[in-house]
Design a protein around this ligand. Structure first.
Ligand SMILES: [Zn+2]
Length: 245
């Protein structure tokens, strides 16, 4: 009898400890996003081999910083001590499958390097005091790259200047992406005609004056033309911060 009681007590203790561990672990899994991309996938690729697959972003660098630490695939520290959270995306937390691959990817492009930031004008920081921003490396949007590589999931928390579904290439979330805009959209090989006063970029969700260099750099297959500012706004596009259309 004595022996059985001891057994029951030790079983209960094990059970209580077990439940405690499970609840602590689940508190750190964030949204639970995971992926099974091997962490060695990018080892043999140079940064430029990866960057060259991407178009230059029309996000505007507002300031620069040197990355001194990569916490995980969506959070870094700058030399100023500032903590930056990549806006619009979420990568696996520590202990979740895919954590190392996402973190390695960001380290490859950011650690001990000078990076550009486009801070979210609609919401500068989150409740933890982390700066919310697009991280720009060699003219490319690293938040967008994380999504397109499958290393991050979209985490859209309005209000936000940025619309990450566009970066993910998820056309089902692009407002009216496949509608034709009256007669303002020209045939790309017609070479003539009014191409509209404004150029939208369906990848970034921004629009520009047709004289803006960032508008002109927009890849043909991402271009949408508008005749008026109101047309662009009503289609869900955000004005470029450089040309202020
Ligand atoms: Zn512009």
């Amino acid at each position: 009898m004595e022996f059985n009681k001891k057994h029951i007590i030790s079983l209960l203790i094990i059970l209580i400890i077990g439940l405690g561990v499970i609840s602590i672990a689940s508190a750190y899994t964030g949204t639970g996003f995971s992926h099974n991309i091997p962490f060695s996938k990018y080892h043999d690729l140079s940064n430029s081999e990866i960057l060259n697959k991407y178009e230059d972003t029309d996000c505007h660098i507002e300031r620069y910083g040197v990355c001194t630490q990569v916490v995980d695939g969506d959070t870094i520290y700058l030399d100023s001590g500032e903590k930056v959270r990549f806006v619009g995306v979420n990568t696996p937390e520590r202990g979740v499958e895919g954590y190392i691959a996402s973190k390695n990817f960001v380290q490859k492009f950011c650690l001990n390097k000078k990076i550009g930031l486009d801070v979210d004008d609609s919401k500068h920081s989150d409740k933890y005091g982390r700066t919310l921003a697009v991280v720009i490396v060699d003219g490319k949007n690293l938040n967008e790259m994380l999504l397109k590589e499958g290393l991050a999931e979209v985490m859209y928390i309005p209000p936000s200047e940025f619309y990450p579904f566009n970066w993910a290439g998820d056309s089902t979330h692009i407002p009216n992406s496949h509608t034709t805009y009256s007669n303002t959209q020209t045939d790309s090989d017609s070479g003539s005609g009014d191409s509209g006063s404004y150029i939208g970029n369906s990848n970034s969700g921004k629009f520009h004056k047709n004289t803006c260099k960032w508008g002109q750099k927009t890849a043909e297959h991402n271009r949408v033309y508008f005749n008026s500012r109101n047309d662009a706004i009503s289609q869900g596009y955000q004005p470029c911060k450089v040309c202020n259309p």
